[in-house]
Design a binder for this molecule. Structure first.
Ligand code: ZN
Ligand code: ZN
Length: 363
């Protein structure tokens, strides 16, 4: 039953300190983290209802057997049918808690929440995201092991991708090679951004039919899930001799990326890491071209707490994992981003990925 019983206990402690009488979690990574299982109910309500003395899944009859077989540390599964609807099943799961303050998963369907508000006018509904983030942001040893292995697989797949670059190939062809390399390693690719030439200047470019040409800067941003635990790296290389400014920008971004490890330790505010990287880029004159946050937490979700932003003064804790991904983007020309995921240890910030090269690799 471990680690699920202790995670539910930790959530109950958080609920007590936030004065929540119950928490309703949608079938998201929150549910997966707490009971080891989640499956979409699609438009039907499927929820984990946690009260001080019970953890119950309210499930469509279609999913009830799966929930009973696979979810851990549950008190009960309460099925509901299309003929009867879910109202009485949720009322049963909430019990007396329906009269108090109920924490709601940010990703619960708005339609389900609106219905709950109508059903329980005496209840107050608040986000449970703060309580869940406090739990999930600190990784235990088993989670760190999976994150490390996930990162290692992605490092290897990235090497395969870089070795596969050929003049005239399309971004989508390279994406196919990356997906296949993940399949060979028995994991699923969770996302893939490939940007050739000017497309590398768009951080969220949608990989397309653009062909690789000599002199292009290439950005590859990829990740996979290993037993749910995500990886996420970005590498920037040049295919043949690039714009000389790209070589210089790479050095600046690489220095910004490095500065984050030096600034990272438990107790430091998340915004200080963003600042450490941004300072390097601003001093080099490219400040406005680094127009996104430094990083995001990573775990069961690809993006989760803690977010490493200019406005986040929350102190970092041992076991926090997040990306370190400074970037500089010159519209219509090229972009450079270097991303590793890292963990806060007793010795400061440690990378889960292999180090990026110090100079722009010219392939
Ligand atoms: Zn990424
Ligand atoms: Zn990322």
């Amino acid at each position: 039953m471990e680690p699920y019983l202790s995670r539910l206990a930790a959530l109950r402690a958080q609920m007590a300190s936030c004065r929540l009488a119950a928490a309703i979690l949608a079938p998201t990574d929150h549910m997966r983290y707490l009971v080891g299982w989640a499956d979409s109910g699609h438009e039907r309500l499927l929820a984990l209802v946690v009260t001080p003395d019970a953890a119950r899944i309210v499930a469509p009859a279609l999913n009830a057997a799966d929930a009973s077989a696979n979810a851990r540390s549950l008190s009960a599964v309460i099925p509901w049918t299309d003929a009867d609807g879910w109202a009485s099943a949720v009322a049963q799961a909430l019990g007396d808690a329906a009269g108090g303050c109920v924490g709601i998963d940010d990703e619960l369907h708005a339609g389900h929440l609106l219905r709950l508000q109508d059903m329980f006018p005496q209840a107050r509904f608040r986000s449970v995201s703060g309580a869940m983030s406090a739990l999930r942001a600190v990784k235990d040893a088993a989670e760190l092991e999976l994150l490390g292995r996930s990162a290692e697989i992605t490092d290897d797949v990235c090497d395969v991708a870089l070795r596969s670059l050929r003049e005239g190939m399309t971004e989508l062809e390279l994406q196919g090679i990356i997906a296949e390399a993940y399949r060979e390693r028995s994991v699923g690719m969770t996302f893939c951004i490939v940007g050739f030439g000017p497309n590398s200047a768009m951080p969220h470019h949608a990989t397309d039919e653009t062909r690789l040409r000599t002199g292009d800067v290439v950005i590859i941003d990829i990740g996979c899930g290993l037993q749910g635990y995500q990886s996420d790296i970005t590498r920037t290389v040049a295919f043949g001799t690039p714009d000389p400014e790209a070589v210089e920008v790479y050095r600046i971004v690489r220095r910004a990326h490095e500065a984050v490890y030096g600034a990272c330790r438990a107790g430091v505010a998340a915004c200080e890491l963003d600042r450490a990287a941004r300072r390097v880029i601003e001093e080099a004159g490219y400040g406005p071209r680094f127009f996104h946050r430094l990083g995001h937490g990573i775990g069961l979700s690809g993006h989760e707490h803690p977010y490493i932003t200019e406005g986040n003064a929350e102190p970092l804790a041992l076991g926090n994992c997040f990306s370190n991904e400074p970037g500089v983007y010159l519209d219509g020309r090229f972009g450079v981003r270097i991303e590793n995921c890292m963990v806060v240890t007793e010795d400061g910030g440690a990378s889960l990925n292999r180090n990026a090269p110090l100079e722009l690799p010219i392939l």
